[in-house]
Ligand binder design. Structure first.
Ligand code: BG6
Ligand code: MG
Length: 215
């Protein structure tokens, strides 16, 4: 990858930390209560997608139609469960591999940002001990269009003051890879349904592989 890249924008859930398992558990609890079938395969479709759009995917299997008010209450219920799970997170949930790689990228001169659809981004970054680490944060509170729309990554690039073509994005969601490409950025896939989705510029086997692609 060209040395000309100036910044790396990281997705949060499933890339910096494994909150994706807590999203799954919280949605599963709601789906079970409502008697709606939900499994890890359906859960994969929720990666990178906003809270309300995630709920709509879960409700595809519901026999009952729900009002907007009921849907908002369901989303709130899921978020309450999710935040209870997040409250148990600590700096121990930040892998040494992730922290060491971030530190090395910074030492190499890259600006580092978060680009996440989550409205819980700042809470999660506090829990894992990185509340002020990133040069910019763009999250679910900054945007009106969730991934695969590029808004969150374009907002991160703009907050960094770096043009999109000089940014690499690291994503575990296919929707996130689509968003990065739509924004004119280099898209690096790590795990999830991003890996091998066909739109990515590179597949990273591990987080530390970033150091091979970003000299
Ligand atoms: C993304 C997750 O990071 O954030 C999605 O991959 C999630 O699964 C979305 O729906 C919104 O998260 P939150 O925390 O605002 O409900
Ligand atoms: Mg993700």
């Amino acid at each position: 990858m060209e040395k000309t890249l100036k910044a790396v924008i990281f997705d949060l859930d499933g890339v910096i930390c494994f909150t994706d398992k807590y999203h799954y558990l919280a949605w599963k609890q709601l789906a079970d209560r409502l008697g709606i079938y939900f499994d890890e395969v359906i859960n994969n479709r929720l990666r990178g997608v906003s809270r309300m759009a995630s709920l709509e995917i879960i409700l595809e299997r519901s026999e009952k139609a729900y009002s907007q008010e009921e849907k908002e209450a369901f989303a709130e219920e899921k978020n309450t469960t999710y935040r209870q799970l997040l409250a148990n997170m600590s700096p121990a949930d930040l892998a040494d591999e992730v922290k060491n790689t971030l530190d090395e990228l910074r030492a190499r001169g890259y600006l580092l940002a978060i680009g996440s659809s989550s409205k819980n981004t700042k809470f999660i970054l506090e829990r894992i001990g990185l509340p002020t680490y990133f040069d910019a944060i763009a999250d679910g509170t900054d945007i009106t269009h969730s991934k695969p729309h590029p808004e969150v990554f374009l907002t991160a690039a703009s907050k960094l003051g770096v043009e999109p073509a000089l940014c690499a994005v690291v994503e575990d969601a296919k929707a996130g890879i689509e968003a990065a490409k739509a924004g004119g950025m280099v898209a690096l896939a790590l795990h999830g349904d991003a890996e091998g989705c066909g739109l990515e510029d590179e597949n990273l086997g591990t987080f530390a592989d970033l150091l091979k692609y970003l000299p």
